[in-house]
Design a protein. Structure first.
Length: 214
């Protein structure tokens, strides 16, 4: 099976990290990544998301895949993408919420900046997950700082994850694609299960491909 991850922003290093995380989650699949060179360097808020959609859809139109994944936690342009191609298209935000539901966990989202919270809350409500969401919390870290990683980033994210547990979360969704490569290091610091949308989308894409082929 061939799964293509489309990064709506223009940061190739983030695409590389996303693809590595997806391959680790689903080693039997052929997983490739595409970077939207026409997008903003990072998607932080609805204006950046809107600016990324045309280039992202242009990349999707050229895809030859069994499934595609929009690799931005805001699920940028997901509905348009799903209506455009005959194969399944998933979002990493959508996949994380579905996985939380499947695991029977009340979840919180820990994301980057506060500007992203309204988009995430709207997606959660639209998908019917609001009743299972304890909170959406901003770490205050810009997307590219998260992607760069390092000890201060891990400490800040771990602190916010601990506060999400106080909110009543039984699992914490990592609300930024740049957090995917940090999942292992964060899990070692935290006592709550973490749900990475990149890994979740790999497994759910495989399930969607199998269901479509049956």
């Amino acid at each position: 099976m061939r799964i293509v991850y489309i990064n709506p922003n223009a940061t190739q290093a983030m695409t590389d990290g996303i693809v590595a995380a997806a391959r680790a989650a689903l080693p039997g699949a052929q997983i490739a990544g595409l970077t939207n060179a026409d997008g903003p360097p990072a998607i932080e808020g609805p204006e950046d998301g809107d600016a990324a959609v045309p280039g992202m859809l242009a990349l999707l139109a050229k895809c030859r895949a069994d499934a595609a994944v929009i690799a931005c936690f805001d699920d940028t342009g997901l509905a348009q993408a799903q209506a455009m191609v005959p194969f399944p298209v998933l979002g990493i935000g959508q996949s994380a919420y579905v996985m939380a539901e499947l695991l029977g966990r009340k979840f919180s989202v820990v994301t980057s900046l506060a500007v992203s919270i309204p988009v995430i809350e709207e997606n959660i409500a639209r998908g019917g997950y609001a009743g299972n969401c304890a909170s959406v919390r901003a770490s205050g870290l810009p997307v590219l700082q998260i992607e760069a990683g390092g000890a201060p980033v891990l400490t800040r994210l771990a602190d916010e994850i601990a506060l999400a547990q106080v909110d009543g979360a039984g699992a914490v969704v990592l609300g930024c694609a740049g957090m995917a490569p940090l999942t292992g290091a964060l899990s070692a610091r935290c006592t709550v299960p973490l749900i990475d949308g990149v890994s979740a989308s790999a497994h759910l894409a495989a399930a969607a491909i199998g269901f479509r082929a049956s």
